[in-house]
Design a protein around this ligand. Structure first.
Ligand code: NAD
Length: 494
C-alpha cells in the first residue's frame, strides 16, 4: 500500500530559498529537479560546464594559499560558525533533504546530527599539533616534519546522504587549509550543494575557497582531470569509483575512494532474536536500503533461521511506504525509475534462477518498493553477490561459526558488518576475523560518528578514510623541513 500525500502541504520559503533565488552554479543546460516521492517540481537550475569547473578550480587555487596562512583561530571560527548556522536552519535543510532524497524524518534527523557533528569536529582540527621535531644525525640542524594542505580538493558526492557526505569532506579539508570544489549528485543540488554555499558564505569563508559545481559524469570528469585540482575525494558506487580512481591515478593525484558495500549481519544461535530481527529490519529497510552500509546479507544460524525470518517478515509487512515528507510512513520512494528497475531485476532474477524464495514483498507501486525478504538464496544469486541498494533482506543459513565467518568474508566488498550473540567473547572472536572497515557486536551495520575513521576495505574503498585523526592523513601531506644556523658547505670537491 502506498500512502498518498495531501496536496495542500506546500514548502514554506525560508533562508535558503532566498539564497537559492540568486544562486548560479553554472552556465550550462537547464536542469530540473523533481521530488522522487511525488514527481512534483522542486527547482530548475543551470548545470556547470567543464569551463565552469576550470574557472572554479583556478579561483580555488589562487584563494587557497592565503587561507592556509590564516591563523588556526580564524579557520576554526569559520567552521564553528558554519556549524551554528547549519543548526539554526535545520528545519529548512531537513525539508529539502526529505524532498530531494525521499528520506523519512528519522533518517533525515540522523543525517543532520552527523552533518553538524562533522563541522564541529573539524572546528577543533586547526587547534591540534600538525607536526613534530624528529631526531637527526646532524646535531647542528633542526629537523621537523609538518603537515601541509594538499591544495585544492575536488569532492564528488552521491545523492543518498548529501549533507553528511559533503560535510565530511568540506569541513576537515577547509579546517586544514585546503580549498574545496564540491560536486554533488545533480538529483540533490540543494542539500548536497547550495546548502554548503549558503552556510559557508554566511560563516564568513573568504571567496573562492568553497565552490559548488552541478553536473553528472562530464562535470565529475572535468573536476578529476583539472590541473588545478590536487586531490580527488570520491564517494559513490564502486563502478564509478574505478573510473575516477583510474583517471586520478593516471594523473598521479591523491585520491580517496569511499565506495559501495554488501554488508553481512551474522545472527548466532544464542542471539536475542527479537533484537536481532529488529536490527536486521532496520539495517535492510530503513531509507529503502539506499545506504552504503545497509545490511545486504543476513547470515543466520540454521537452528534459529525460521524464527528470525518470521520476525523479519512480520516487520516487513508492517512497514508503510509513501511520501515521507507529507505522510507518516517508514519507507519513502526509491530515488528514481532506473534504480527501482535495477532493484526489482535483482530480486526477480534471484527468484527465477538463484534459488531464492520470496517470503515477503517483491512488489512495487510507482517508485515505492515493498520491503522484501528472500530465503534460500544461492551464493551466486545477484541478491547475494551484488549491492542491491533497495529494501531487500536476503537470508542464508550456516551451521558453525567458521562457516559464518567464511560466508561473511566471501565478498569483495568490505565496508561494515554486525554480529549478534549472547556471548560477547564469541561475538568478538568472530568480529575480529571479518574483513570489513567497521564491525559491531550486538549492533547492526549502519553506524557512524564523526569521532571514528570511517571507511572500508576491498571494493568498498582504497583506504582513504574520513573522520578523527584519519582526516589529517586524508587532507594533508607531509613535508620534512630542516634548518641549520650555519650554511653547510660540502668541502673542496664540491
Ligand atoms: P554514483 O557512483 O553513480 O555517483 C556518485 C557521484 O559520482 C555523483 O555525484 C555522480 O554525478 C558522479 N559521477 C557519476 N559518473 C561519474 C564519472 N564517470 N566521473 C566522475 N563522477 C561521476 O553513485 P550513486 O548511485 O549516486 O550512489 C550510490 C553509491 O554510493 C552506492 O554504491 C553506495 O554504496 C555508495 N556510497 C558509499 C558511501 C561510503 O562512504 N562508502 C556513502 C554513500 C554512498
Amino acid at each position: 500500500m502506498v500512502v498518498t500525500a495531501p496536496d495542500q502541504v506546500a514548502q514554506e520559503a525560508g533562508w535558503l530559498d532566498s539564497f537559492l533565488a540568486d544562486w548560479q552554479p553554472g552556465t550550462g543546460e537547464m536542469h530540473t529537479v523533481n521530488e522522487p516521492a511525488t514527481g512534483r517540481h522542486l527547482l530548475d537550475l543551470q548545470m556547470s560546464t567543464p569551463a565552469d569547473v576550470a574557472r572554479a578550480a583556478a579561483a580555488a587555487k589562487s584563494a587557497q594559499p592565503a587561507w592556509a596562512a590564516t591563523s588556526y583561530q580564524e579557520r576554526s571560527a569559520v567552521l564553528r560558525r558554519a556549524a551554528e548556522i547549519y543548526e539554526a536552519h535545520r528545519p529548512e535543510f531537513g525539508t529539502w533533504t526529505m524532498r530531494e532524497t525521499g528520506a523519512h524524518r528519522n533518517k533525515m534527523h540522523h543525517e543532520q546530527n552527523f552533518t553538524a557533528g562533522e563541522a564541529l569536529a573539524a572546528a577543533a582540527m586547526p587547534w591540534q599539533p600538525y607536526g613534530s621535531l624528529v631526531p637527526t644525525v646532524q646535531k647542528e640542524r633542526l629537523s621537523m616534519i609538518r603537515r601541509v594542505p594538499v591544495g585544492v580538493v575536488g569532492a564528488i558526492t552521491p545523492w543518498n546522504s548529501p549533507s553528511v557526505l559533503g560535510m565530511r569532506v568540506v569541513a576537515p579539508a577547509l579546517a586544514l587549509g585546503n580549498a574545496v570544489i564540491l560536486k554533488p549528485d545533480p538529483q540533490t543540488p540543494v542539500c548536497g550543494g547550495a546548502m554548503f554555499a549558503a552556510v559557508f558564505k554566511e560563516a564568513g569563508l573568504p571567496d573562492g575557497l568553497l565552490q559548488i559545481v552541478i553536473g553528472d559524469a562530464d562535470t565529475g570528469q572535468a573536476l578529476v582531470t583539472d590541473p588545478n585540482v590536487n586531490m580527488v575525494s570520491f564517494t559513490g558506487s564502486t563502478e564509478v569509483g574505478r573510473i575516477v580512481g583510474a583517471m586520478a591515478g593516471g594523473l598521479l593525484k591523491k585520491v580517496s575512494l569511499e565506495l559501495g558495500g554488501n554488508n553481512p549481519l551474522i545472527i548466532l544461535d544464542d542471539a536475542d532474536l527479537a533484537a536481532a530481527a529488529s536490527a536486521g529490519a532496520y539495517a535492510s529497510f530503513q531509507f529503502q536500503g539506499q545506504v552504503c552500509f545497509a545490511t545486504g546479507r543476513h547470515i543466520v544460524h540454521q537452528s534459529v533461521a525460521k524464527e528470525y525470518v518470521d520476525l523479519l517478515a512480520q516487520k516487513a509487512r508492517r512497514l508503510r511506504t509513501g511520501d515521507p515528507y507529507r505522510t507518516d510512513v517508514e519507507l519513502g520512494p526509491i530515488v528514481n525509475e532506473r534504480q527501482l528497475q535495477r532493484v526489482d531485476d535483482i530480486v526477480q532474477r534471484s527468484i527465477q534462477s538463484g534459488g531464492a524464495k520470496l517470503v515477503e514483498g517483491g512488489t512495487y507501486e510507482g517508485l515505492f518498493y515493498r520491503p522484501t525478504v528472500l530465503t534460500d538464496v544461492h551464493l551466486d544469486a545477484p541478491a547475494w553477490t551484488d549491492e542491491i541498494f533497495g529494501p531487500v533482506a536476503p537470508v542464508v543459513t550456516f551451521a558453525t561459526d567458521e562457516e559464518a565467518i567464511e560466508l561473511a568474508n566471501a565478498s569483495e566488498y568490505g565496508l561494515s558488518a554486525g554480529v549478534y550473540s549472547h556471548s560477547i567473547s564469541r561475538g568478538l572472536a568472530i568480529a575480529q576475523q571479518i574483513r570489513a572497515g567497521m564491525v559491531h557486536v550486538n549492533d547492526q551495520t549502519i553506524n557512524d560518528e564523526a569521532t571514528i575513521p570511517f571507511g572500508g576495505m576491498g571494493l568498498s574503498g582504497n583506504g582513504g578514510r574520513f573522520g578523527a585523526e584519519a582526516n589529517f592523513d586524508t587532507f594533508t601531506q607531509w613535508q620534512w623541513l630542516t634548518v641549520r644556523d650555519e650554511p653547510k658547505s660540502f668541502g673542496p670537491t664540491y
